[in-house]
Design a protein around this ligand. Structure first.
Ligand code: FE
Ligand code: FE
Ligand code: ZN
Length: 277
């Protein structure tokens, strides 16, 4: 069975997310832990969590992905921004334990001109501070398109971060199809080669989730603009090949395509129809 969902609004709490997931026939999903451009997180409502967990069991939801806000930058050149990143990360991981055994995904960061090595080091320092052997959450580094001074657009950079992590079993990778294609990994014409490279450098055992997006931008453009499935430069054929790949088909796939619930329902139906059990 294909495990697929979309990036849903968390404005109506966990039960709101679950009901949206059911509407679009998803069995996994993603949401922002707080305002993506800001700071504020809503208080966790235990009764909301309880009814979510019940729906989750009844409908066999898979692990979900909670997405950190974009403002979280562990490798900023400003100490206040790095402290803010630590505080948000710490708080989000604490909140994640209300819904244990899921994924927390974040953009590794932007080194803002300090250089990729400094960026990698600062990201690892933060992770080593906040990861704990008691947490049930696996933290995912997202593969990035490489716009601006983003860290994580090359598999080697993610490997260098992971190499520095003490609690390696708490860390994984989320591959974004739009981002890797923009970063110069040709998943359209050479999926096999890209996966071999990923396996060789990072290890496919570290790949825990996929952001399934088409791209508005050409190959290797280092631009980050998502497109609906089949309407972009990656195309439906390559995306169908991707979800059916032997080494990928078991993963949770999350759509971050520009869509409303109806649009996602259509994409999910299309992908389910084109999935070989
Ligand atoms: Fe992201
Ligand atoms: Fe993404
Ligand atoms: Zn993106």
């Amino acid at each position: 069975m294909l495990h697929i969902g979309a990036h849903l609004s968390s404005s109506k709490g966990f039960t709101g997310i679950a009901s949206d997931a059911l509407k679009i026939k998803a069995d996994t999903f993603q949401f922002f832990t707080r305002n993506p451009q800001g700071f504020k997180a809503k208080d966790i409502d235990p009764s909301d969590v309880q009814s979510f967990l019940k729906i989750s069991r009844e409908h066999h939801f898979q692990k979900f992905v909670a997405h950190a806000p974009y403002t979280l930058n562990p490798c900023s050149d400003k100490i206040e921004t790095r402290e803010f990143a630590e505080m948000v990360f710490q708080d989000d991981l604490k909140r994640m334990e209300y819904v244990p055994e899921n994924y927390y995904n974040f953009h590794p960061g932007s080194h803002v001109g300090q250089g990729i090595e400094v960026g990698i080091e600062m990201i690892a320092v933060l992770l080593n501070k906040i990861l704990s052997s008691h947490q049930s959450t696996i933290v995912l580094l997202e593969t990035m398109s490489g716009k601006g001074s983003e860290v994580g657009s090359m598999f080697e950079e993610l490997r260098l971060i992971i190499d520095r992590i003490e609690l390696k079993d708490k860390i994984g990778v989320c591959l974004d199809t739009c981002h890797v294609y923009s970063a110069g990994y040709d998943i359209v014409n050479n999926l096999e080669g890209v996966l071999e490279e990923f396996d060789h450098i990072i290890g496919l055992n570290r790949l825990k989730a996929v952001h399934l997006n088409d791209s508005k931008m050409p190959f290797a453009s280092h631009k980050d603009r998502h497109e609906q499935i089949g309407k972009g430069t990656i195309g439906a054929e390559a995306i169908v090949r991707f979800i059916n790949h032997e080494k990928l088909k078991h993963l949770p796939f999350v759509l971050e395509t520009p869509n409303d619930l109806d649009g996602w329902a259509k994409e999910i139906a299309f992908l389910r129809q084109n999935f070989n059990e």
